[in-house]
Design a protein around this ligand. Sequence first.
Ligand code: C5P
Length: 294
Amino acid sequence: MTVRVRAPGKVNLYLAAGRQRPDGYHPLATIFQAVDLHETVTVREADALSLTMSGRGAGLPTDDSNLAVRAAKLIGEAAGIQPNVEIRIDKQIPVAGGMAGGSADAAATLVALNELWGLEYPQDELLRLGSRLGADVPFCILGGTALGLGRGDVLTPLLTRGEYTYVLTVQPDGLSTPRVFAEFDRLWPDAPEEPQVDERFVSALVQGDVSFVGANIRNDLSESALSLHDGARAVVECHGRAAIPAFVSGSGPTVGACVGDVEEGEAIARQMSECFPATESLVVTGPVRGAHLV
Ligand code: C5P
């Protein structure tokens, strides 16, 4: 039997970060939105565990450092099953781009093996396993739009209105998340212990006030990410000259702008590609559902 699962990437529409905790993580008050850029993970029984990656994943490590491999081992251990499976990942989400690509691989692998092995773990159990693999993995399982507290893994789904369209400008290279957080610590030594979410922003999402949302996206990691990546900074400045509010996705270096519709997004994407030939600009929409069978 072959099982195929798609899991979405995300943008953070709001990310308030606090002072580093003793466990090394940073407390967050963040709002994730899943967007229609997906990882497709296919699994089937085999004699041994193996992983192959295509698309943006070609050439990435396929050993234990890969989150999909760790996901297979973790759910196998929980179920008491040797994870002798062949995993194939077709990757669309930028690598190390601040869009949770690796987390989506892990999320899809958990959902796929739950199905392949007939485990019937409820979503809560998959979320719990996911949070052991990484802070963004639970959201990639859940999808939609959600508030994330704790490390970003304590989730409350938000019933939002409206469709959101973004132009995302992807850099040829990535940024290391721990490095961006370390830079955040350096820039903001007095960050609060308990970051808060802005209720007006949540209300705008719930009411579908797309223009308010687009104009008020906040990310406390922006300065840190941009100070480590001149290419991403140039993209933000270019949007600024056109009076388009731009934002950094997660820990970057992907830069997004919330636009009125796909047509406007495609026009901006073409301009970005002309100005920054080394980058790739994609038009995506959200929210979309979390990891699901296809
Ligand atoms: O959980 P995950 O492995 O995706 O996180 C990668 C790294 O990002 C962590 O090791 C930590 O350095 C940083 N991080 C953090 N606070 C968070 C999430 C991630 O400091 N809430």
